[in-house]
Design a protein around this ligand. Structure first.
Ligand SMILES: NC(=O)c1ccc[n+]([C@@H]2O[C@H](COP(=O)([O-])OP(=O)(O)OC[C@H]3O[C@@H](n4cnc5c(N)ncnc54)[C@H](O)[C@@H]3O)[C@@H](O)[C@H]2O)c1
Length: 283
């Protein structure tokens, strides 16, 4: 059968529409800067109303203003995602304002490789696990209760390539992000019957404004990274936001329980120079 040009346009529109999230209500945590901000702005461009959550109220307000300028509604909320009551408060205020939650991105988190396991304090371990894993559990639990009642929703957690293998000097962060991957798989099974999908993003290195500043001071580190990444560039926050949009939208209607690596085919975080350094570290 031969397509007429009007048929082609209709088919193209139908395909593209699946990536739009027009009128959907999306929570994004850690949306004051970096990857979370890029996700919030990409969602707004794709038509969503936003709940911009950040522990830093000034940056939450600033992202919300940018969303407003795009002609979308935005509610800025200051909350610590490691605190049950504050997470419950975010969901309560979202429902008061928008009456439903279609999409929830649990992005707030972070951590740099700083300490070998033998040098790590219990506090450093607990802090990273609370920020990166417990926060995802708290957000998933509260949002999940709303989405199961609605009988629909898409949850996107933030894991990391660090959760897929060794991340030397950052085992607290890596173990927590591996936990996020497993939490995502379990929750997808537990909520699948309610038409709630649960997926996660696992970026490799991303050049957020903060990291760009760091690279300016340490150009050698950037060079090392670029040499190891087959796609020959470091991801931008928007590279991650585009995959978040895919997972949030109906384009991924049959995808659940997956943690998607977004790393330009970088095979590992283990650098030979680091193995040599570790070989001398505990003598
Ligand atoms: N940047 C990378 O290379 C990279 C790679 C893989 C995964 N990730 C993950 O992506 C996510 C975002 O990373 P980023 O580089 O954009 O970080 P970032 O530090 O630039 O931004 C994180 C945002 O989260 C907020 N935040 C921190 N703690 C919070 C809390 N307890 N409650 C609420 N908000 C809080 C901060 O105020 C900030 O606005 C993190 O989960 C991180 O682990 C980042």
């Amino acid at each position: 059968m031969k397509y007429k040009s009007s048929d082609n346009q209709r088919v193209q529109k139908k395909i593209m529409n699946q990536f739009f999230i027009e009128g959907k209500v999306a929570i994004v945590t850690g949306a004051g800067q970096g990857i979370g901000k890029a996700i919030a702005l990409t969602f707004a461009q794709a038509g969503a109303e936003l709940v911009v959550v950040d522990i830093d109220s000034a940056s939450a307000n600033s992202t919300a203003q940018e969303v407003h300028h795009m002609g979308r509604e935005a509610l800025a909320l200051s909350a610590d995602v490691c605190d049950t009551r504050q997470v419950d408060g975010v969901v309560r205020e979202t429902l008061e304002r928008f009456k439903r939650i279609d999409i929830s991105v649990h992005n707030a988190g972070g951590g740099y490789p700083t300490k070998a396991i033998l040098e790590m304090s219990e506090e450093e371990w607990d802090k990273s696990v609370a920020l990166n894993l417990k926060s995802a559990f708290l957000c998933c639990r509260t949002v999940g209760k709303v989405m199961t009642k609605q009988k629909r929703g898409s949850i996107v957690n933030m894991s990391s390539m660090a959760g897929f293998g060794p991340y030397p000097l950052g085992a607290n962060y890596a173990a927590a992000k591996a936990g996020v991957k497993n939490l995502t798989e379990n929750l997808a099974v537990e909520l699948g019957s309610y038409n709630v999908r649960v997926n996660a993003l696992a970026p490799g290195p991303v050049e957020t404004p903060t990291i760009a500043e760091y690279y300016k001071e340490h150009p050698d580190m950037k060079e090392q990274r670029l040499r190891a990444i087959p796609l020959r560039r470091i991801a931008s926050p928007e590279d991650i936001a585009n995959v978040a949009l895919f997972l949030a939208s109906d384009a991924s209607a049959y995808v659940s329980g997956q943690t998607i690596l977004i790393n330009g085919a970088l095979p590992t975080f283990v650098r030979p120079e680091l193995i040599a350094e570790l070989g001398r570290r505990f003598e």
